[in-house]
Design a protein around this ligand. Sequence first.
Ligand SMILES: [Zn+2]
Ligand SMILES: [Zn+2]
Length: 477
Amino acid sequence: MTDPSSFHTNSDAASRHEASNNLHLEVSVSRHATFALCCFVLIVPAARGQQASLDALIDREMPSLLSTYKSLHAAPELSHHEQKTSAFVAGELRTLGYSVTDHVGKYAGHPEWAGYGVVGVLRNGQGPTVYVRTELDALPVEEKTGLPYASKVRAKDDEGREVGVMHACGHDIHITSFLGTAKMLVATKEQWRGTLVMLAQPSEEAISGARAMLDDGLYTRFPRPDYVLALHDWAGLETGKVGYTPGYVLASSTSVDVTLRGVGGHGSAPQLAKDPILEAAEFILAIQTIVSREDSPFDPAVVTVGSIHGGTRPNIIPDQVHLQLTIRTYKEEVRQHILAALARMAQGIAAADGIPPSLSPTVTADAGDYSPATYNDPQLTARLAQVFKTALGPENVIELPPIMASEDFCRFALEDRQIPICLFALGAVDPAKLAESRRTGVPLPGLHSSLWAPVPEPTLRTGVKCMTSAALDLMKK
Ligand SMILES: [Zn+2]
Ligand SMILES: [Zn+2]
């Protein structure tokens, strides 16, 4: 199912989804009044030119932020369908006085998907243009945290399957931190100058939303950024802390489809067939040597086979086997080498197995399911690390190693790293539980797990404080 209007079918799933979102909207509407009132209260001292204390401002905002977070958590929406989340964010930014454009985003080749990107602009004199980015989407995961505000939402994914929906990547933490930051930067307007652009991006999990917004003229319809900032909740870091990684922080991600073809037949007569199941087994083992034997040990890379489908019965040799792979690298040349090696090995194994050239394998990288590596501008990252140390104390700011997960945040840097970007890590885990896990070696639930439950406070407080401090520093008078 790809048309967002299909949410309003008569199926149980759609009704439950709608009911949940209606609830979310009611909560949001009633909170609007509170938000507007607090905004007024906050702006008054700023207008008097008093030196605002960010901690005090955030303290005052925490109850509202926690309630926003829980409302968002209970009403997640899948990638390409972030209709209500997007409307909520746009409404909050408008209430705060931002000049807001919604429905930003065009998905190449998918006119049926609406672009739910939101851009809120706050002009405050001459100065740099700073973008602060959040994601809007959630995942097809059935929540099992048992939290009082756990999601019970079910919806149909783009393939029409009914799935549970959960903010299992913490994008609800990001949206809430983003809205808190948007508010703090209104309240502290006398301390900075420049143009602040609050950017809410759809479909990060499908790594398609950033591109859709850029393809819809993000940097021509709105001011071109001097810096783009983002945060992501981090499973291996205590709440109250942030982490930074200069240079490569996240890997490129490439999805690859492989179809290995053979000649089907009776399971009792393999000599009369060409068995693609055996071919798949050989292929899976062979490609493990790309990273271990062909790549430099100094160039991290991952080749994972995430799905394999072939055959129907024990006594039938099928005609083909279909595999889906994910490839992760930092360097583009390593990615290109892996893609070439996959094709070479598939062809070579087919030839060795005597499969006729007319049935040769196909190896296809999915251009739509690809994201480049995320490279944090080292200078910008060093500057922000210093800002965070001042904001949180040096003991709460940790340099982290890069990981092989992926994001489409990198797209906002444009080709050849034209615009400095930085994505930093927001600690989200109970320190006692993390210490226990390190002691016992038993891992805690991570991102995308049905049990992922970031500790809302002080995670949100830390997110708002660090993102606000970062923007204030980059735009300081
Ligand atoms: Zn994710
Ligand atoms: Zn995420």
